[in-house]
Design a protein around this ligand. Structure first.
Ligand SMILES: *Cc1c(COP(=O)(O)O)cnc(C)c1O
Length: 423
């Protein structure tokens, strides 16, 4: 028997039983309170635009925290998903399927030139970003014990303050955000937190027990923090000197957002391992991966790590279509071009006194609002009234991350709205 709870029949059912009571209008009453969304209920989307349940249109300048780099329902990605839905969706890793090796190969070929991997790379598919980070942490520790020779139980990983790497108990253990940590202890040991952008502090935290440095090449959740020039190269040098793995968390910064396939690429720096997520699933399905040095990922052997859904056929079909889009370089170029324009517009807003400052990396910006003009949340709510979707972070900051497929006209219109909302 199937029960359609969304559209209850008001008629008595065929067997003469009493009519079911009308389903109450849906409310937020049963939803856990771990988010504080802006007051809008979305129902459809295409490209850079979404519609709410009343048919009002909004321009999306958040892009699902860069999970929607290619916009809503990109035709190539949706077609790949549709085709795969009609064929095979899940096997588990107990069995191979015909898209798993193509996915690994195509992603490896895309990233190999950007990684410090003279012997080639391996790809380990997972689902969410946090899982990719956990995978990288486990891989680095196992490599540390079995290859580097760190005494069992003593591996340390150096991370940066104000990081965001996900929400698992291990990952929040090395967060410096009080909301992310409070009441979730006891915390996992083995992490050393140093200031972001300070290569000397990072070098000082590295010792013989250190297996990895884990950083975001641009800190996304912290407010699009771009490190000082030369920082990533200095991190690379410290890692080389001490036989430490450089793990770049590119879950938000990677796959086109900064105008390059990887944000590290912009700095001319090659990490040993990279974590990917968000845009890898094209805004269609959750797909994440760790990609990096063959000799390092090879420490994982059957039974040591895994995921029921990781690398499933539907995910591989969509991620392969994402690789198609990235291979042309077209979206990366667009992020660079539109990003330059975005920067000019933001500079003019600072000049006019509307913004205190901004940071920009490709088509990605964090703008700090003068408190006299409202909080980041207030500005986000004013922009919602003006049909532009953004999200605040850390009080005074608003993050701008339009889909890379946005038109110049739409971007300009949204920035006009931002300026007006600040005036
Ligand atoms: C979003 C994000 C994560 C976590 O990804 P989830 O899919 O939400 O688990 C990890 N690292 C960075 C840099 C992120 O932006």
């Amino acid at each position: 028997m199937s029960l359609d709870v969304d559209r209850p029949s008001t008629d008595a059912s065929a067997d003469g039983a009493p009519a079911p009571e009308a389903t109450p209008a849906p409310t937020q009453d049963h939803l856990a309170h771990n988010y504080h969304p802006l007051p809008v209920v979305l129902a459809s989307g295409e490209g850079a635009w979404v519609q709410d349940t009343d048919g009002r249109e909004y321009l999306d300048l958040l892009s699902g925290y860069s999970a929607l780099n290619f916009g809503h329902r990109h035709p190539h990605l949706v077609a790949a998903a549709h085709a795969q839905l009609d064929r095979l969706t899940l096997t588990s890793r107990a069995f191979d399927h015909d898209l798993l090796a193509p996915f690994a190969t195509r992603l490896a070929l895309l990233l190999e030139p950007l990684l410090a991997a003279p012997d080639g790379v391996l790809v380990l598919p997972m689902n969410t970003g946090a899982e990719a980070v956990e995978t990288a942490v486990k891989t680095a520790r196992k490599w540390g014990y079995e290859v580097k020779g760190v005494p069992e139980g003593q591996a340390s990983i150096v991370v940066a303050a104000d990081n965001f790497h996900g929400r698992t108990t291990t990952i929040v253990s090395f967060s410096s955000d009080d909301d992310a940590r409070r009441s979730f202890g006891p915390f996992a040991p083995g992490f050393r937190v140093v200031p972001y952008g300070d290569a000397e502090a990072l070098a000082a935290a590295v010792d013989a027990t250190t297996v990895a440095v884990l950083i975001e090449p641009v800190q996304g959740e912290a407010g699009v923090i771009v490190p000082p020039e030369g920082y990533l190269a200095a991190v690379r040098a410290v890692c080389d000197e001490h036989d430490v793995l450089f793990i770049a968390d590119e879950i938000q910064s990677g796959l086109g957002r900064t105008g390059a396939t990887l944000a590290c690429e912009r700095a001319g720096v090659k990490p040993d391992l990279v974590t990917l997520g968000k845009a890898l699933g094209g805004g269609v399905v959750p797909v994440s991966a760790v990609v990096g040095r063959r000799d390092v990922l090879a420490v994982l052997t059957p039974g040591t790590h895994g995921s029921t859904f990781g690398g499933n056929p539907l995910s591989c079909a969509v991620a392969l279509a994402v690789v198609d889009l990235l291979e042309t370089g077209e979206h990366q170029a667009r992020a660079r071009e539109l990003g330059e324009h975005l920067e000019e517009r933001l500079a003019a807003m600072v000049e006019e006194g509307l913004l205190v400052r901004y940071r920009v990396a490709g088509l990605w910006a964090g703008v700090d609002v003068d408190p006299s003009r409202g909080t980041g949340r207030e500005v986000s709510e004013r922009l919602l009234q003006r049909r532009v979707l953004v999200k605040d972070t850390h009080g005074q900051t608003v993050r701008i991350a339009p889909p890379l497929v946005i038109s110049l006209e739409d971007l300009d219109w949204a920035l006009d709205q931002l300026a007006d909302a600040l005036r």
